[in-house]
Design a protein around this ligand. Structure first.
Ligand SMILES: Cc1cc2nc3c(=O)[nH]c(=O)nc-3n(C[C@H](O)[C@H](O)[C@H](O)COP(=O)(O)OP(=O)(O)OC[C@H]3O[C@@H](n4cnc5c(N)ncnc54)[C@H](O)[C@@H]3O)c2cc1C
Length: 384
């Protein structure tokens, strides 16, 4: 059997993968990062304040104002036309004693920052090649036919993770008929720092501030309907957006092509075992409501760093210990956040009167009760 090529191999070049490779290398491990070059990531991510603090502490983003846009308010408009409707609700970060709930970043901009940090680490080697197999004793076969081994394998290879399936992690997965259409928009009027969510029966239509009159749209609806809308062309699509935004922000023009992402939920029973750990969407995926996915992925990375920092690397089985410790550290956050998003998503789409009443009642309660609002802020922001 060949000797180890590194202490750790991180598989996957998305934001969670690059952040994980940096975190592992910063813990002093000789690290190889396998990151095949893919199409540019067109998504944007609203990252909550605790995550932005982590980015600062980890040296990934020193100054969020240079890369992103502050989210200071969240406005929810019930556009369901249902029998029992929720009140229009405005949440202000100032109520939580904060300047902002978080920041909205273009994933591509974040990636530039992460790459710049990775390039400065001597013990981190990046190879732009994918993995085709994970065999016994942590032997990875790469797309170029070469093989690599390490005691610790970090699977950051996304929703369809090969590392996860090859290592035998058990998953639960639900595909939705809904999808998310995303694109950048230029509005007739600025939305400042307010994220505006129109809640339609088929799913939310959300405008996230991207500076001045620019907004990032995340429109969740039936996948077939979104594909059809996209195919009608820019002009017809802009007219559709104008109607869905209830003309609150004046004329709307597309500032980027529109992309449609299928939606599903995915969770694992455990996020680590036998020297293999899963981070980011390899461990959890859900619809982009409540802006949780990458926030959770970066909390994975933070916990991986903590597990590594507390490991006794003199022990022959240290990597197995790290994977067990990591799995234990992640369990409650993954269950809580996954459960919260699932409940929120299903309540948004519920046609049943009791569910509508619960949702409307919940928003009334949040509107009226400051204590409850504080708790909701803490949960939504992923405070631990
Ligand atoms: C429309 C939309 C809006 C969103 N908005 C938000 C938001 O506001 N806030 C938030 O926190 N989250 C948001 N998310 C979620 C967030 O985008 C994801 O959680 C995050 O980008 C996932 O990053 P990742 O690195 O885990 O996965 P990915 O970005 O999918 O990266 C996986 C990587 O693994 C690589 N890979 C795959 N297979 C292999 C292999 N065999 N070998 C090597 N590499 C491999 C791929 O090439 C890819 O680069 C949103 C998601 C969507 C769809």
């Amino acid at each position: 059997m060949s000797a180890y090529d590194a202490d750790a191999i991180v598989v996957g070049g998305g934001l969670a993968g690059v952040a994980a490779a940096i975190a592992v290398a910063k813990c002093g491990l000789k690290t190889i990062h396998l990151a095949p070059v893919g199409p540019p990531d067109r998504r944007t991510s609203a990252l909550m304040m605790p995550t932005v603090d982590y980015l600062r502490d980890a040296g990934l983003v020193d100054d969020p104002t240079a890369v992103g846009h502050a989210l200071t308010q969240i406005r929810i408009i019930d556009a369901t036309g249902r029998l029992i409707r929720a009140p229009e609700t405005l949440f202000d970060a100032a109520e939580a004693g904060l300047d902002a709930f978080g920041w909205n970043f273009a994933n591509a901009r974040l990636m530039e920052r992460f790459h710049a940090v990775a390039e400065g680490l001597d013990n981190l080697e990046t190879r732009n090649v994918g993995v085709t197999d994970l065999g016994a004793d942590h032997t990875l076969t790469l797309g170029d036919g070469s093989v690599l081994r390490a005691p610790l394998i970090v699977g950051a290879d996304g929703k369809k993770s090969l590392i996860r399936s090859a290592a035998g992690f058990h998953i639960r997965e639900t595909e939705f008929r809904q999808a998310a259409l995303v694109c950048d928009l230029d509005l007739g009027r600025p939305i400042g720092g307010t994220s505006v969510e129109f809640h339609y029966p088929q799913g939310p239509f959300t405008l996230v501030p991207a500076g001045g009159t620019r907004a990032n749209l995340v429109w969740i609806d039936d996948r077939a309907l979104l594909e059809q809308a996209r195919a009608t062309g820019e002009e017809a699509l802009a007219a559709r957006f104008l109607e869905k935004s209830q003309r609150l922000f004046g004329a709307i023009a597309l500032a980027s092509p529109a992309f449609v992402f299928p939606l599903s939920t995915l969770s694992v029973d455990a996020a680590g075992a036998d020297g293999v750990v899963l981070v980011g969407e390899a461990a959890h995926a859900f619809p982009p409501i409540g802006a949780q996915g990458l926030n959770l992925g970066l909390r994975d990375v933070a916990d991986l760093a903590t597990a590594l920092a507390s490991a006794d690397r003199g022990r022959p089985d240290w990597a197995i210990g790290v994977s067990t410790d990591y799995s234990r550290r992640r369990a409650s956050d993954l269950a809580r956040t996954g459960g919260m998003v699932d409940t929120l998503f299903r309540s948004l789409l519920a046609d049943m009167i009791p569910a509508q009443a619960l949702r409307a009642g919940g928003l009334w309660a949040l509107k009226l009760a400051p204590g409850l609002r504080k708790q909701a802020f803490a949960l939504g922001m992923g405070r631990r």
